[in-house]
Design a protein around this ligand. Structure first.
Ligand code: SF4
Length: 325
């Protein structure tokens, strides 16, 4: 059962040098009570894919084709008024940086109440109780008193909890968590991820986790999609993904994961992901791929079925054992 489905999403930007494509046939789905991780280096298209769901895109961005299905409606075709009812109330965003996402001039309570009044239509005591309940749900101690606190009186971890409380206050069915722990230290990072997992389990919320951190993914996600240069190059259920990683880009990402136990030099992936201005023929990863073959330089690899619900776009799978998708 899916709660949201992104189907063959193509998006590009109008730049000074003309139209440049940034997303190519991006497809993935979210299930209630499950966490789907979208993984890749910065600039691979993770955030723009997620922002397309809320249609929070820069003015220069154009979706050229595809569908985003929620509750039998294509979000891309919804009138703005209907879309505004979805944002925050049904699909909520936990932004990258809690430090800059709260307004320093208003108390945490004022900011929470505003969300509740707009999206739930509650007023007075009812709205106040709902706000306190949301802060308690994210384990802010003395929630009632903390309603009067300003953001600068909260630590980084508490600010992120307050942001999550805002997302939860409206009982959103889908949470988009865009690098939710990047600005936090590892201990707080673990607390926030545990909190998200508990919320997902207890409320059946579907979570889209945007991250470059595969360690975080291995501990928390149920499903993984790897993005490179605007393409989803591999996707699989998390257990299958970590047991049988397939795509050379995935393998390179896994090799560059730091480990305190591994007594060896940390590998890096040579080069950078291409910018949207760079046009690369064939497989977009070929200039950085150690396994690159002639075919890779000219033809975009199709999707190969490499295991149960496991797909990978790499010509290395082009043999009798794998089926082209
Ligand atoms: Fe490397 Fe070729 Fe596979 Fe691309 S298709 S990842 S270049 S082996």
């Amino acid at each position: 059962m899916t709660v949201l489905e992104v189907k063959n999403l193509n998006l590009g930007f109008e730049c000074e040098c003309g139209f440049r494509q940034a997303l190519y046939d991006v497809s993935f789905s979210l299930e209630p009570g499950k966490m789907h991780a979208l993984v890749g280096e910065s600039g691979c298209g993770k955030t723009i894919s997620a922002m397309s769901i809320l249609r929070l895109l820069p003015k220069t961005a154009y979706i050229t084709s595809g569908e985003i299905l929620y509750d039998s409606n294509d979000i891309l075709k919804l009138p703005v008024k209907k879309l505004q009812k979805l944002r925050g109330a049904k699909i909520a965003l936990i932004p990258q940086d809690p430090m800059t996402s709260l307004n320093p001039l208003y108390t945490i309570g004022d900011q929470l109440l505003e969300v509740i009044k707009i999206h739930q239509g509650l007023q007075g005591k009812e709205a106040f109780n709902k706000a306190v309940e949301a802060l308690e749900l994210v384990r802010i101690p003395c929630a009632k008193e903390r309603m009067k606190a300003y953001p600068h009186e909260f630590s980084g971890g508490m600010k992120q909890r307050a942001i999550i409380a805002m997302a939860l206050a409206c009982n959103a069915e889908i949470l988009i968590a865009d690098e939710p722990t990047t600005a936090l230290d590892v201990t707080i990072q673990a607390q926030i991820m545990n909190l998200l997992k508990d919320i997902q389990k207890n409320t059946g919320t579907a979570i889209l986790l945007i991250t470059h951190d595969l360690a975080l993914v291995s501990e928390n996600a149920d499903y993984v999609s790897v993005m490179y240069a605007g393409h989803i190059v591999e996707n699989a259920p998390a257990d299958e993904f970590f047991q049988n990683p397939n795509h050379p880009y995935t393998l390179a990402l896994l090799k560059s994961m730091p480990s305190v136990r591994r007594n060896e030099k940390l590998s890096t992936i040579t080069g950078q992901p291409p910018s949207i201005q760079q046009f690369i023929n064939g497989c977009k990863f070929h200039p950085r791929c150690e396994n690159c073959m002639d075919i890779c330089k000219n033809i975009v690899p199709p999707v190969y079925y490499v295991g149960e619900n496991h797909f990978s776009s790499c010509f290395l799978n082009k043999d009798d054992r794998c089926n082209e998708g």
